[in-house]
Write a protein that binds this ligand. Structure first.
Ligand SMILES: Nc1ncnc2c1ncn2[C@@H]1O[C@H](COP(=O)(O)OP(=O)(O)O)[C@@H](O)[C@H]1O
Ligand SMILES: [Mg+2]
Length: 335
């Protein structure tokens, strides 16, 4: 007798997570690396490396981040890379799968991809999936915590911040907003600000991301932020307390504005409820003080209540898995 496996996938701009009905959890970077030349081809002995494996060997690879801009780029390489990531994630999750077993998958993607890249996702997955459901990542976050009543999900990822207004039924296009102000934007702003003040220091994207994830904050902190950076190989301490706060505010200000706009255009009878039920998810929800900063921005509208989700890493894939198990036939895509 054949089995049916259910899988929830959160296909993020920087990280993809997967949860299965058999209890597996897998997380990897949303990237593929292709050998740069014949030497790297010889070294790796294969045509491509995936996820963290690719990232760790990136000096010898041409890296593709197919969802970096929040949609699947239309070029052949990006489409192929998305297919490779999904196919390998699923194969890794289900080693026990037999030829006649069925695989049903719900995928949470950035809001714009859920609207604009549906056909591409169906085309690249139909050879290895039996049923597919494509939703916005923010909606799968809401689903994971059973929040179908009036609330506002703010999913701050790497390439995009996705906002989704929930009102007890399927969110429509006007309930969703995608901003390009997210983790990568913040990395760029911090890099520029540090180089402006200390032009000689040596920075890499990895150094910046580590500083941001450890020290980033948007609300008052007690400790000054001192980091060790090198200038021509020579390490020294640098105070970046003010730089960090100013930069982080450049990320949270546009997010607060988008929140206010989604609330202001909602049914007036429910605006207060929305203001008091803001749920922050995604890697950016770990930025210290982000909940308080969003609440502060709503003070002049009568105040608000924002909370950060607990399992920022897997909540999207767990929500997608729940949806995959529960959704009736009408909601699935035609493959
Ligand atoms: N502690 C932290 N403070 C600030 N940003 C963080 C923190 N931890 C992770 N991030 C950022 O969150 C982003 C990744 O979030 P994620 O939800 O995985 O993205 P996506 O869904 O777009 O793949 C990255 O830009 C990462 O640097
Ligand atoms: Mg995400």
């Amino acid at each position: 007798m054949s089995n049916t496996f259910y899988i929830g996938i959160d296909l993020g701009t920087s990280r993809s997570c997967l949860a299965t009905s058999t209890g597996k959890r897998i997380s990897t970077r949303t990237c593929v690396g292709y050998p740069k030349d014949i030497i790297s081809q010889k070294r790796f002995g294969k045509d491509y490396l995936l996820g963290d494996d690719a990232l760790n060997n990136r000096l010898a690879l041409n890296m593709i981040w197919p969802l970096a801009d929040g949609i699947i780029c239309e070029d052949k390489k990006s489409i192929e890379a998305t297919g490779l990531i999904l196919k390998h994630l699923i194969a890794e999750a289900l080693p026990e799968k037999q030829a006649d077993d069925k695989i049903y998958v719900a995928i949470g993607v950035p809001a714009q991809a859920s609207i604009n890249s549906k056909k591409v996702i169906i085309d690249i997955t139909k050879s290895f999936l039996d049923k597919i459901l494509i939703v916005s990542e923010a909606f799968s976050v809401a689903y994971s915590i059973d929040r179908f009543d009036e609330c506002l999900i703010v999913d701050i990822g790497a390439g995009t911040t996705d906002l989704c207004r929930m009102h007890g039924s399927m969110p429509e296009e006007e309930d969703q907003v995608t901003l390009n102000f997210a983790g990568n934007f913040l990395d760029n702003v911090i890099t520029q600000a540090i180089l402006e003040k200390f032009p000689e220091v040596q920075l890499t994207p990895q150094i910046i991301r580590r500083i941001k994830e450890k020290h980033g904050y948007v609300y008052d902190v007690s400790e000054p932020v001192q980091v060790t950076l090198t200038t021509q190989g020579l390490p020294a301490e640098y105070d970046i307390t003010d730089i960090l706060k100013e930069c982080c505010l450049k990320l949270t200000n546009p997010i607060s504005q988008a929140i206010q706009k989604l609330i202001a255009t909602f049914d007036p009878d429910f605006q207060k409820k929305l203001r008091n039920n803001i749920i922050i998810a995604g890697g950016g929800s770990r930025l210290k003080g982000i909940d308080i900063s969003i609440e502060k921005s709503l003070e002049k509208y009568g105040g608000g209540d924002a909370e950060c989700i607990q399992d920022a890493e897997f909540c999207g894939s767990i929500g997608a898995l729940k949806m995959c198990i529960e959704m009736p036939d009408d909601y699935w895509e035609e493959i």
